[in-house]
Design a protein around this ligand. Sequence first.
Ligand code: 5GP
Length: 137
Amino acid sequence: MAYDEQNIFARILRGELPAIKVYEDDQVLAFMDIMPQADGHTLVIPKTPAVTLLDLPADAAAYTIQVVQKVAKAIEVGLDAQGIVLMQLSGAAAGQTVPHVHFHLIPTSVHQLGKHAAQMGDQEKIKAQAEKIKAAL
Ligand code: 5GP
């Protein structure tokens, strides 16, 4: 599938849309999910334009997963998470709604996941969670 430069995450990466960011470097951005499936739901995205994990060059995938681990540790410490669900949807058939590859870090149990991309979270509450994650990074 061709990469759509106008997808929401591409626009966030270009600074055209706001995001509550927790980590950024030259290759990766991590920010809070706007419709969290649990408190602390965070997204980690490579800056490389790729629709799915299958399209992502292996070196970018390898680096991104290192940042996924780093942010997961900060979620564990900052939010006192007892467990974290790591989710990655590749393809609309899997339920992917934003066509830029990303990893979900959701501090909850798989048995307690909220509905996917269904309900806007309280942005002030999300900002407070982001501050705790950033402080633990
Ligand atoms: P996917 O369905 O592609 O695996 O996940 C996309 C995720 O992006 C969903 O969890 C959804 O809540 C989140 N999302 C959709 N639009 C926005 C947005 O504009 N900003 C942020 N921060 N998250 C978004």
